[in-house]
Ligand binder design. Structure first.
Ligand SMILES: Cc1cc2nc3c(=O)[nH]c(=O)nc-3n(C[C@H](O)[C@H](O)[C@H](O)COP(=O)(O)OP(=O)(O)OC[C@H]3O[C@@H](n4cnc5c(N)ncnc54)[C@H](O)[C@@H]3O)c2cc1C
Length: 360
């Protein structure tokens, strides 16, 4: 189920079969002069899986990918096809979009689109931690999408990835220095030792939105390939304190880490989104593939970030006890009721959902 079902240039929206990947959809949209508002770091993932787990990109004015959903259809446990839209179904719709697979099988999704646009991507190296501490808001406001990569060593961010829309009235000034970081002179991988071959074009070369918003290119292995991932969302106002809290754990974190990434995401109204009613900064960890070690480390990070009410990414690894997790999502009780409406006998439940959502 990976086809485009309909393009409505007037709305403007695109309706897709749920299994389509962003890598399949994006070139089609661009060929029709349309674009999505944002993409994750990789285009390989499906629209249904991404929206169901509140997958996001970066950019303080950009909501996660699920915020583009304006309607969806899903098959419930008794085989009924349910159609919901933002316009007609208000609150229920907000509960269903980030559905964690708990409500039924999503078969089609309608996404808001916009006129296509071109972008440039610049990478800067060695951004001092002190600059992030003092100028986080200015750094994040400097472009459409900003990602900070760090190994938490040497009080600096190894790389800053800046993605800027070319038609922006205030274009990004690609000066040789950015808050003390130096403009890179070649394409880079977020993990600098790895080849940049699988990364999207940098160095300010213009390209369509779908070849600049993700870090990784379709057709190539994304990120490092063999890895584990975790990510925690903190309210945007606590971003700097949360970054400093993780930085203090650097000696415990670094031996198991490939790279961390900091991004910002706009607030939304989707019940199970980590950005429900709050703009967030997200602190991501790409871990070496050593689950016993990572499993011991995650509670340490979670304890440190608890003071900021950090919420984990649904599609990445976490160890937070279910009671803590649920206490951070005020809409869990309403979501459980919604699940009971569409799946009264729990056909779509699994170990993850039973543990994290439905346990009492
Ligand atoms: C290399 C790499 C980079 C990543 N980068 C990012 C990033 O930049 N930002 C970010 O937020 N996340 C990122 N992730 C995490 C990723 O976005 C999530 O794992 C996402 O769920 C992947 O989508 P998928 O289609 O592969 O998921 P799947 O595993 O197919 O689906 C995820 C879940 O969605 C639900 N689901 C899927 N399809 C349906 C359906 N048809 N109906 C109902 N429910 C459904 C199910 O609950 C399923 O378990 C990254 C992951 C990797 C491996």
């Amino acid at each position: 189920m990976d086809e485009v079902v309909a393009l409505d240039p007037e709305a403007p929206t695109v309706t897709v079969a749920a299994g389509i990947t962003y890598g399949q959809l994006s070139p089609y949209l661009h060929s029709k002069d349309f674009a999505l508002h944002n993409l994750a770091s990789l285009p390989h993932i499906s629209v249904a899986g991404s929206c169901s787990t509140a997958t996001h990109g970066s950019g303080e004015k950009n909501g996660n990918l699920a915020t583009a959903v304006s309607a969806l259809e899903f098959v419930t446990a008794n085989g009924e096809l349910v159609k919901l839209s933002r316009q007609k179904d208000g609150e229920n719709f907000s509960g269903v979009v980030v559905g964690l697979g708990a409500l039924g099988v999503v078969t089609s999704i309608t996404l808001n689109i916009q006129p296509t646009f071109m972008m440039r991507q610049y990478v800067y190296e060695n951004l001092p931690l002190a600059q992030v501490k003092d100028h986080f808001d200015a750094i994040e406001a400097s472009a459409y999408s900003v990602s900070l990569f760090t190994d938490w060593q040497k009080q600096r961010f190894n790389e800053v990835w800046i993605k800027t829309r070319i038609e922006n009235s205030q274009p990004f000034n690609s000066a040789p220095e950015f808050f003390g970081a130096k403009l890179a002179t070649r394409n880079l991988h977020p993990i600098a030792e790895l080849s940049a071959e699988n990364c999207t074009e940098q160095m300010g070369v213009p390209g369509p939105w779908y070849e600049r918003l993700p870090h990784f290119r379709m057709g190539f292995t994304p990120s490092a390939g063999k890895e584990l991932q975790s990510e925690y969302f903190v309210p945007r106002r606590h971003a700097v304190e949360a970054i400093l809290a993780v930085e203090r754990l650097r000696d415990q974190v670094s031996p198991h880490l490939m790279i961390s990434e900091i991004r910002t995401i706009a607030a939304d109204d989707l019940w199970m989104s980590p950005c429900y009613k709050q703009p967030c900064a997200a602190i991501h960890f790409t871990w070496k593939q050593d689950w016993p070690a990572v499993r011991k480390l995650l509670p340490v990070i979670e304890k440190e970030l608890a003071q900021f009410n950090a919420r984990p990414h649904w599609g990445k690894l976490f160890t937070m006890p279910p009671a803590d997790l649920k206490s951070k999502y005020e809409k869990v009780p309403a979501f459980v009721e919604l699940c009971k409406t569409y799946d009264p006998r729990g056909k779509f439940r699994n170990e993850f959902l039973n543990t994290n959502i439905f346990s009492s």
